[in-house]
Ligand binder design. Structure first.
Ligand code: NAD
Length: 363
């Protein structure tokens, strides 16, 4: 049994299905649609694992599908790749009623969404995310884009898919580090108001996280799309989803992207919790529980010694400049979160580092 929910974002209805083996659900969805051509975008890693199976299901339902396979890796999330996809789509006669299915992790759903958004001013796209991170975060909410001249996600658009199929079976071929990478985002929902997720994570044995994957993905989708439905373009409430990300992004950049995004966000969340505790927004007890939760899912909360603190400052200063001199920060408050001006963050970072070395009482 799978779970299907419908969300309205802007003037678009989006169907999200969460369950195992969803190729059949995808074909059923397509049988109800009128379209001229079907394209499946994937990469060299994911296509052999899951693409052939989905192509077969689509062929059995009588659909002709053209596959578009790109190289695997964040380094290919760029305009060159978009150009090559556009070329294949156009030469194969894509029209406005063609549908692009993006099958892969966040890199593929970001590229697929962006390409679909600019071809003929927008053709329908369906996401079939195959990493836990893309199922609980990247494929949701309509932010699409590619990296440009070393800047992450610099060129992009807001573009909602018609449907998202979160097939839990595809997660069985993921490496463990990809699972813990995604756990950071799920924990983010838990620490910013989604108490049911907190309870599941708290009670669950972290070694058996996949036994509760369906519940976690479904709840995460519901949390993120619930917020996006209220604030699609990040003018307010959607900023809450950046919990742990202001500091986390700076740590990720300062590590020259050696840390996975989730590993950096875990450190960012620990810092945000610490800052929130200093402000009196959360209790010391909640701070301890929250840090323990993050660490229990295999994520470290200290800055690795090889990362220079000055580099973290530099990246944060650049971020601040890009945002017009105004650095917003998401604080944990009670069991929820609030967004405020970041204030004098430098001193807090100094105290955070002392805390990480000596413990809370030695600051
Ligand atoms: N649009 C958004 O709102 C948003 C949010 C968060 C992250 N992102 C973006 O998402 C990207 C990260 O996503 P990701 O973590 O999924 O990385 P990814 O897409 O690079 O996938 C990680 C690796 O796993 C492989 N893979 C994918 N599915 C697999 C499967 N089922 N079995 C085995 N291997 C598989 C991929 O080929 C890749 O090598 C970044 O580019 C980030 O900027 C976007």
């Amino acid at each position: 049994m799978s779970r299907r929910r419908t969300y309205r974002i802007g003037n678009k209805e989006i169907i999200v299905e969460v369950g195992s083996n969803l190729a059949h659900a995808l074909t059923e969805f397509l049988l109800e649609k009128k379209f001229c051509k079907l394209f499946l975008l994937s990469n060299e890693t994911v296509f052999p694992l899951w693409g052939t199976k989905i192509m077969r299901a689509l062929a059995n339902a009588g659909f002709e599908v053209e596959k578009i396979i790109v190289k695997d890796g964040e380094q290919y999330k760029n305009l060159e790749t978009v150009k090559s996809i556009l070329k294949q789509l156009i030469l194969s006669g894509a029209e406005r009623t063609s549908i692009l299915i993006s099958l892969g992790g966040g890199v593929i759903t970001d590229i697929g969404g962006f390409t679909a958004s600019i071809l003929l001013r927008g053709i329908p796209v369906i996401h079939y995310p195959t990493t836990l991170l893309s199922q609980v975060d990247a494929a949701l909410g309509g932010k699409t884009g590619v990296d440009f001249y070393g800047f992450k996600n610099m060129v992009g658009s807001f573009y909602q898919p018609d449907a998202i199929f979160c097939d839990l079976k595809t997660l069985t071929t993921l490496e463990n580090k990809q699972i813990s990478n995604a756990m950071a985002e799920i924990i983010k929902y838990a620490l910013t108001g989604e108490e049911v997720i907190y309870d599941i994570l708290h009670k669950n044995n972290p070694d058996n996280v996949m036994t509760v994957a369906e519940e976690l993905v479904d709840r995460s989708v519901n949390r993120k799309l619930g917020i996006v439905a209220e604030d699609e373009k990040e003018a307010g409430k959607r900023e809450l989803l950046n919990f742990g990300h202001t500091f986390g992004h700076a740590v990720e950049s300062a590590s020259s992207f050696k840390l996975l995004h989730g590993q950096a966000v875990a450190i960012g969340m620990s810092f945000a919790l610490f800052y929130s505790m200093e402000k009196g927004y959360i209790t010391r007890e909640w701070f301890g529980l929250a840090e323990k939760l993050i660490e229990s899912y295999g994520l470290k909360t200290s800055i690795p010694p090889e990362i220079k603190i000055d580099d973290i400052f530099d990246f944060m200063a650049k971020d601040k400049k890009r945002r017009g001199g105004n650095l917003r920060f998401v604080f944990a408050k009670g069991k929820g979160a609030v967004v405020e001006d970041a204030g004098n963050i430098k001193n807090v970072i100094d105290r955070f580092i002392i805390y990480k070395t000596d413990g809370l009482d030695k600051r």
